[in-house]
Write a protein that binds this ligand. Sequence first.
Ligand SMILES: [Fe+2]
Ligand SMILES: [Fe+2]
Length: 329
Amino acid sequence: MYSQGLIGADGTTHEDEEFLAAFQARIDAELKIEPNDPMPAGYRKTLVRQIAQHAHSEIVGMLPEGNWITRAPTLRRKAALLAKVQDEGGHGLYLYSAAETLGVSREELVGQLLSGKAKYSSIFNYPAITWADIGTIGWLVDGAAIMNQIPLCRCSFGPYARAMIRVCKEESFHQRQGYEIMLTLCKGSDEQKAMAQDALDRWWWPSLMMFGPHDADSTHSDQSMAWKIKRFTNDELRQKFIDATVPQAEFLGLTMPDPDLKWNEEKGGYDHGEIDWDEFWRVVKGDGICNRDRMKARRKAHDDNTWVREAALAYAEKTAARETAVAAE
Ligand SMILES: [Fe+2]
Ligand SMILES: [Fe+2]
């Protein structure tokens, strides 16, 4: 399906410099590209990969927190966490739908996730060990997701950009509920504060990795920027995240686990220590603490729910048959 060149609405592929220039001019004029518009095969392919990876991350991202719903400390916390985890499932659904407008089916995308062919964000391969991890995930992981996703509201591809507007509103609630858990713990007993610090120590570096490799090592960056799928580079977004998050940690009275972290007056941002890229690549390649568990849980959920898909199909067939029978009367 994704041969080189352009795929028009008629499904044919051709290479045409004039078209490519006109397409780029449309993007430069900040006009949205819609599903039925002709587009370069590479643009379509990049979007399918990125949107699918994003959808998979939302769905797999339900696992570390879903694990805490039955153990939330109060009814209020349980209700908020339940709502958040459901939101993430909803984000996955909007995103699979956005990807489907590009001519790829949800079954195919889910199949790629379950076979291990498609990636999802590595952050979800870390375990949520204590209740403070739930606070930290909301604060840092959803916080990093917001940094990444706000510019996507202006992505050149219409359905992705529009999906992101609602997603970002919900993410902001997720971030606040996480930060509020951290505030409560940090105002609590010494044990609670120590629990909050321990969670920050474990999640800080993996959240910085969420922005992906340094710009110099990022394979898809330049073209995505030109197509206005991406608006900021990985390093720019990481810097924004650090600058926004350090004062929040100070307000909590927590210490960032990075001795090299310091304010750089000249650049007007924080300098930070080097990220452990070996760890990043190890987790991306499937060898993180929870990679196997996460995939096992996803496959089990898919298998356990076969009857739901079958029942929905049978119902749709029955309804269609009934409608045909009524129409024939
Ligand atoms: Fe989300
Ligand atoms: Fe979220």
